[in-house]
Write a protein that binds this ligand. Structure first.
Ligand code: GN1
Ligand code: MG
Length: 376
């Protein structure tokens, strides 16, 4: 991955040329790297325009998304579905909800393949919105939960058959465990106290890794349309009202368990130090934030969640924190081939953060279970 980036052309001149493929309504004034994505390369394009002043330009990581054209198809299916649903059943007037648009090229395509094989796409930017890396306060937490509830609500009538599985095995924890075993078997692992801690951590939770997939096989949980990556910084907030107004990063909108989303949103939102902290020993899961996120979520999700769904919320948050730690740790052992890394041990530190978070979740199991039971 790091090597790929070195051979890609991120000069302003090249980026402007790419941006122009997407028929910008105005002169391109500036292009800068945007956000902290771990997989794709994302840029914010600024236009000299009377209309929309920004859009998002992305180079999709085709080592991760092997069929990027299907990712785009899903994105269009999702946006069209939600736009129609909002037209036929408008939200209450005090609530703003925005759906991004996929921008087309001169040739009316939803992407542009450059001569070196990079897959580019452009997406509208929601003016007057911002996102944050971590939760600011209880109100923000409630809004983040509300956003996920709104997202699931608006998709609750989109049959999963309408969406392609663009990333097979995504959030299927036993699959990550299998890959981890292969990587361990095929690589020399340099032992450090941190690596030993991670190895031990994973080995103690191997059976647990199956909890959600077992429930699915037993018919207790069912596939639905999910976001796949509902972390805090993918929830756009209105800069004036502070309300959540959109969920972005639609790469992984596809069939899955809503528990992957609930777990991911909670593991991201209830870790005030954030997933990029170096102070991994200090990482803690905050139950008050968990309660607020779930309150916001259930204000909408109550209508479609079943009793079984609610019973697995604790397991979802514990498992998805563990799973992300396992994914980061495996990538560290494999030499940073999946997640972008700024330094040699970046993915190891990220793994330690998620494992400490998992420990904190486990040590507060009773309190978290009580929160989830009281809400329904
Ligand atoms: C990746 O690239 P980004 O930041 O949108 C990853 C998610 C992880 C996340 C952790 C396709 O998302 O699953 O939760 O990093 N996306 C993919 O920050 O693997
Ligand atoms: Mg993402």
């Amino acid at each position: 991955m790091t090597e790929d980036l070195r051979t890609t052309d991120n000069t302003l001149e090249n980026l402007v040329a790419v941006a122009k493929r997407f028929k910008p309504q105005g002169r391109v004034m500036n292009i800068q790297e945007y956000g902290k994505g771990n997989v794709n390369d994302t840029f914010l394009v600024t236009l000299d325009s009377k209309g929309e002043k920004h859009f998002i330009l992305q180079r999709v990581n085709t080592r991760v998304f092997r069929r990027p054209e299907l990712v785009m198809l899903n994105m269009r299916t999702y946006t069209e579905h939600v736009r129609k649903r909002l037209q036929s059943a408008p939200l209450s007037p005090d609530r703003r909800w925005e759906v991004v648009r996929v921008l087309m090229t001169d040739d009316a395509l939803d992407h542009w393949l450059d001569p070196k094989g990079s897959f580019w796409r452009a997406i509208s930017f929601i003016d007057g919105s911002e996102s944050f890396e971590t939760i600011k306060d209880i109100e923000h937490a409630r809004e983040v939960g509300h956003a996920l509830g709104m997202f699931h609500h608006l998709l609750s009538d989109l049959p999963i058959e309408r969406l392609a599985d663009t990333l097979e095995g995504f959030h299927v924890t036993p699959g990550y465990l299998l890959h981890y075993d292969e990587v361990l078997a095929n690589n020399n692992v340099s032992k450090t106290p941190e690596v030993d801690y991670c190895l031990q951590f994973v080995s103690e939770r191997r059976t647990y890794a199956h909890v959600l997939e077992n429930a699915r096989e037993q018919g207790k949980l069912h596939l639905r349309t999910i976001h796949g990556d509902p972390k805090v910084n993918n929830v756009m907030m209105d800069t004036t009202t502070g309300q959540a107004i959109s969920m972005v990063d639609l790469d992984t909108v596809k069939p899955g368990l809503v528990h992957y989303d609930i777990g991911d949103c909670l593991r991201s939102g209830c870790n005030p130090l954030g997933e990029e902290t170096e102070r991994w020993e200090m990482v803690r899961f905050e139950p008050e934030l968990c309660q607020a996120i779930l309150q916001g979520y259930l204000s909408l999700a109550k209508e479609f969640l079943t009793k079984n769904d609610c019973e697995y919320i604790y397991d979802a948050v514990r498992l998805i924190a563990f799973e992300l730690g396992l994914r980061f740790f495996t990538d560290h052992l494999e030499g940073n081939v999946y997640f972008k890394a700024n330094h040699e041990t970046h993915n190891l530190v990220r793994a330690l953060v998620q494992f400490k978070l998992t420990e904190s979740i486990e040590s507060q199991a009773r309190a978290i279970r009580t929160i989830t039971q009281d809400l329904k």
